[in-house]
Design a protein around this ligand. Sequence first.
Ligand code: FES
Ligand code: FES
Length: 176
Amino acid sequence: MGNPSMGDIGMTVNGQHRRAAAEPRLTLADFLRERCALTGTHLGCEHGVCGACTVLVDGQAVRSCLIFAVQADGADVTTIEGIADPQTGELSAVQAAFREHHGLQCGFCTPGFIMSVTAFLRDNPDPTDEEIREALSGNLCRCTGYQGILAAVRSAREMRPESLCMKGMSNHARKS
Ligand code: FES
Ligand code: FES
């Protein structure tokens, strides 16, 4: 006998429709990692503190450990796998800036930072340093000391808005 509480849900992830079974308690993070095999979304604290699991849901940066997959049924989701150009692999401006300015060491926190910063600069293309620090305060990094991350965001701030996100990112996520 099957699990009566298990139902199919569907969402667009990085421009592709995904449909899979999801019990009501399954988080969006686990749906992405386990049902979609998109393991670039990392799980650190699993209770909303570290930001490693950040993805875009209908364009908004959210902690995917804090929402259930069923709550994203029908949504447009962008993960770290959808940020670089899917055809050429060209990094987005934020990704390239993190690489250039040593904004990562072990890389565990990096997908969350990239997603948060991408949404932040899309909505606030010319932030002050104070605004950048405030925006980064929701993501934790245990390696870098944050100086490289700050330098990366300052650098990405100088780039054209359209280069912040690449073809894998939906129009909704680009403009929302
Ligand atoms: S794993 Fe989601 S905020 Fe830490
Ligand atoms: S680079 Fe290691 S936790 Fe941030």
